[in-house]
Design a protein around this ligand. Structure first.
Ligand code: 5CA
Ligand code: ZN
Length: 409
C-alpha cells in the first residue's frame, strides 16, 4: 500500500537529545534506539470508520517519537499496518450492505488525508493485512511444525505456553488477561482450547466470508496478532526499538504478538520497548468505533477547523494520560495557535536559543508535549509583553514548533 506524503522537517540549530520513554514491559523509562538507526512499528487502523481523535492522539505520540529521533539525525525505519481484513470490518460492511474492500479502501484513503492534514510523518512501509497473507501463512505453518500451534475444528491456535516470556509485556495476572481477552477479540470461552487465552492464528474459511489460500492450513484468513508480527519481522526483524499503539493494545495484541515472534525465532525480545498511549474519551467513555461516541478528524476539518489547532489540542495532553475531548480543549488550542502565530509574525523578538533546548528537553523526557507547549507559551508571552531585538528569533521558534511538534505556524 502507499502511505501519505511527508511534510518537510526543518533542521534545528545545536544537537538533539536521545529519547527516554516509558516502557510498559519494564514499567519504567528506557533510553531507546542507542544506535544510528531507529526501528519502530506502530499498529495501524482497522479501516471500517473514519479517524477519530483517539486515533489521532495515538499517532501524534509516535509522530513525536520520530521527530525527536530526526532531531538527533537518526535514520528511521518506520512500519505501520492496516488491518484491512478482520471481523469488525466485515460486520460493518454487512450492516451497510457494502463491499468490504470498498469500505476498507475508502476509510484508508480518508485516514491518509487526515494524517497528511495533521502533518504526521508517514511510515516507509505501509502494509495491509491482505497483502501480508503470503508472508503470514509460512509463519503459522512453522508454529504448527514446532508444536507452538494446534488445530481446533480447522482453526489454528497459538499455544501461549510455547513462549516462556508470555505475560511479560502487560504484566497482568491470568484473570485480568481472561477478561481483556474476551473484551478485545479473543474467545476464552471456546471449548477445546489448550489454554483459554490462546489466540487464533488462522481462521478456517467461513461460509459467505472472504478467504485466501493458506497452503497446508487450508483456505482461511489470518488472526490479528500474527498480522503485525509477520509485517514487523519482514520489515524490521527481531529486537526492533519500539512497538507502539494505544493502551488497549498492550493486552492481548502486543502480548500475543511478542509471544508469537519469540516462539518463532527463539529470540527475545520482539521489541525493546512497548509504548502505549492513553485513551481519549468523550462524554465519560473511551472513544470507540464500536460505541459510536466519536469526534472525527475529517468532520472537524470539514467544519473549517485548522488542522494545526487539532494537533495543538492533542499536544496539550501528555500521551500517556487518559483524557476527554471537549469543545473547551479545541477552543484553548485555537486561542494558543492564534497567540503563537501573532508572536512569530513580528520581525524580531526575545532570544529563542533556550526555547529550542527547553522543547528538546521536554520531548526527550517521555514525550512531555505539555511542557513543550508551556515553553513556547512563555516565549510568546514575553514577545507580547516586551518584544525583543533578536531578528532570527521568530524564525527559530517557528522552525522548532514545526520540526519538533509538527505544527506549522
Ligand atoms: N488495527 C488494529 C491495530 S493492529 C487497531 O487497533 N485498529 S484501531 O483502528 O482500532 O485503532 C488504531 C489505533 O488507535 C490503535 O493504536 C488503538 O490503540 C488506538 N486507539 C483506538 N481508540 C483510541 C482512543 N479512544 N484513544 C486513543 N487511542 C485509541
Ligand atoms: Zn497491530
Amino acid at each position: 500500500m502507499h502511505a501519505w506524503p511527508a511534510s518537510d522537517v526543518p533542521a534545528l540549530p545545536g544537537k538533539g537529545r536521545d529519547l527516554r520513554i516509558h516502557d510498559t514491559a519494564t514499567g519504567g523509562p528506557v533510553t531507546v534506539a542507542p544506535g544510528p538507526v531507529a526501528r519502530i512499528y506502530v499498529c495501524g487502523i482497522t479501516p471500517y470508520d473514519a479517524t477519530h481523535l483517539g486515533h489521532a492522539a495515538t499517532y501524534n505520540a509516535f509522530d513525536l517519537v520520530q521527530r525527536v529521533w530526526l532531531d538527533t539525525k537518526r535514520q528511521i525505519q518506520y512500519v505501520q499496518n492496516v488491518t484491512d481484513i478482520d471481523d469488525p470490518l466485515l460486520e460493518r460492511a454487512a450492516r451497510d450492505g457494502e463491499d468490504w474492500t470498498g469500505l476498507a479502501e475508502r476509510e484508508t484513503a480518508l485516514f491518509r488525508e487526515d494524517m497528511t492534514a495533521l502533518r504526521m510523518l508517514p511510515p516507509q512501509h505501509y502494509i495491509g493485512a491482505v497483502e501480508a497473507i503470503p508472508g503470514i501463512v509460512p509463519l503459522v505453518e512453522r508454529l504448527c511444525d514446532s508444536g507452538a500451534a494446534y488445530v481446533l475444528d480447522g482453526d489454528v491456535y497459538f499455544s501461549v505456553e510455547a513462549d516462556p516470556h508470555f505475560g511479560e509485556v502487560s504484566g497482568l495476572d491470568a484473570e485480568a488477561m481472561r477478561l481483556l481477552s474476551a473484551e478485545r477479540g479473543g474467545d476464552p470461552e471456546r471449548p477445546g482450547k489448550k489454554n483459554p487465552l490462546d489466540p487464533m492464528l488462522w481462521m478456517a474459511a467461513r461460509e459467505g466470508e472472504p478467504s485466501w489460500d493458506g497452503g497446508s492450513l487450508g483456505r482461511g484468513r489470518p488472526g490479528w496478532h500474527i498480522e503485525c508480527v509477520a509485517i514487523a519481522l519482514d520489515h524490521l526483524g527481531m529486537g526492533f526499538d519500539v512497538q507502539g499503539g494505544g493502551s488497549d493494545l498492550a493486552f492481548p495484541h502486543h502480548e500475543m504478538g511478542a509471544s508469537h515472534a519469540q516462539a518463532l525465532t527463539g529470540e527475545h525480545p520482539f521489541a525493546k520497548a512497548y509504548v502505549h498511549a492513553g485513551m481519549v474519551g468523550l462524554d465519560g467513555a473511551k472513544m470507540s468505533k464500536s460505541k459510536g461516541n466519536l469526534v472525527f478528524v475529517s468532520t472537524l476539518r470539514r467544519d473549517g477547523v485548522d488542522p494545526a489547532a487539532i494537533r495543538l489540542s492533542l499536544l496539550a495532553h501528555h500521551y500517556r494520560s487518559d483524557w476527554e475531548w471537549t469543545d473547551q480543549v479545541l477552543e484553548t488550542a485555537v486561542a494558543r495557535l492564534e497567540r503563537w502565530r501573532a508572536a512569530v509574525s513580528r520581525p524580531d523578538g526575545p532570544a529563542a536559543a533556550s526555547l529550542v533546548e527547553e522543547v528538546r528537553e521536554a520531548l526527550s523526557d517521555d514525550l512531555d508535549a505539555p511542557a513543550a507547549l508551556a515553553a513556547v507559551d512563555r516565549w510568546a508571552a514575553l514577545q507580547e509583553a516586551t518584544g525583543g531585538t533578536d531578528e532570527g528569533a521568530p524564525g527559530v521558534v517557528s522552525r522548532t514548533v514545526d520540526a519538533l511538534l509538527g505544527v506549522a505556524l
